[in-house]
Design a binder for this molecule. Sequence first.
Ligand SMILES: Cc1cc2nc3c(=O)[nH]c(=O)nc-3n(C[C@H](O)[C@H](O)[C@H](O)COP(=O)(O)OP(=O)(O)OC[C@H]3O[C@@H](n4cnc5c(N)ncnc54)[C@H](O)[C@@H]3O)c2cc1C
Length: 400
Amino acid sequence: MTRKKKHQQKYDVAIIGGGLSGLTMASMVGQAGINVVCIDGSDPTQTRKDDLRTTAISYGSHLILKEAGIWQKLKQEACPIKSIDIRDGSSPTLLNFDCKDLDKPAFGWIVDNSDLRQVLLDRVLALKTVDHIAPMQVLDLLHEDDVVRIVLKNGKSVQARLIIGADGRESFVRAWMDGPERRWDYHQCAVICNVVHEHPHHGKAVEHFWPDGPFAILPLNDDEEGNHRSAIVFTEHKKAHKASRMTLSDAAFNLALAARCPKEYGSIRISGRRQAWPLNFIHATSYIAPRVALIADAAHGMHPIAGQGLNMGFRDVKALAELLVAAHKKGQDLGQEHILNAYEAARRADNTIMLAATDGLVRLFSNDFPGLKVIRKAGLRLVGSVPPAKRFFSRYAMGL
Ligand SMILES: Cc1cc2nc3c(=O)[nH]c(=O)nc-3n(C[C@H](O)[C@H](O)[C@H](O)COP(=O)(O)OP(=O)(O)OC[C@H]3O[C@@H](n4cnc5c(N)ncnc54)[C@H](O)[C@@H]3O)c2cc1C
């Protein structure tokens, strides 16, 4: 169990969930002198091993991580995305984005979730203002005058003026708020793994739409032996009669990879394990309740088709942290209603637009209807041929 420093009874802020968003939040507010506890149900060393995913960190998110004092430690591990190719079924590249066109060093970076989590945890453990309690499940929240009491699984409790729910898609805090939510299953899962390939990727990310879901190749840094590496997201429909790619032998999986990867990668093979992540949509109708706010996946979960889930979560973190730091400087109670209302107002529209756009992309591209195929190809070509439209989409994807 990590429980650093003196375990107090009363905090300004309690963050429930020490995943990528909760730890970033703890760094942002902790470094401003706010007294924080971050409580996570999982064992940090185990969670790092259990999450084999990589994340595309947008240009905008890297600025947020810089502000949180994290990017400096992460940048050696992060592989820049210099260009993005969009393909549809058997068509050649329909749309290409190049960061040179935007005068930026990269669209974003691909990082291993385990590296990101480690750097975040180190940062949080180094901050005197932050207590980290894990593994420890939160079982209940009880309102008491001007604080909320947080009941822990070990029978103890702590109090905080503000609770931040950063406890992921099946958020306990969201369920406790008992508000309505929009939710559906995509009946797809993402099979993810890392691969090594013969030729360098030159910082290119490929997003290839297929009827059973998108197939993505994301650039990673070469390993210590100089092998060229990429991360794969192989989306597939969950169909009872169809075997998942999770059940294939490595040899059969390599053949499936070779059939999907562009020839310029040369020979390609899986390195390490595969993991399957079920894909769904969740949006809380309200992000706030008295002395409670939801951030990131606890507030909204989206399909990874556009690699934006955590990037949107980081934008929640930045918006709420800025409001809290400003209120802290004025000596205000951080659980006040006006702060929470300002947070909801700052984030709802941006999240709603991205959730709707992402859901629309899934529906538009995860099918084989001939009419839709023609429309989407024409749409992609149109975006590619109208520079302001291309620039708009590039900047949005970069989180700018
Ligand atoms: C296949 C896949 C690929 C993705 N790729 C990208 C990408 O390229 N770019 C991008 O931006 N996003 C991507 N995402 C989305 C991204 O992974 C998520 O948005 C992000 O992990 C959410 O982080 P979080 O901290 O909000 O939640 P989580 O990572 O789910 O963390 C929640 C934490 O809360 C803890 N917890 C839960 N309940 C309790 C409780 N009662 N008490 C205490 N602790 C509790 C859990 O132990 C956990 O540690 C992808 C998602 C998938 C599935």
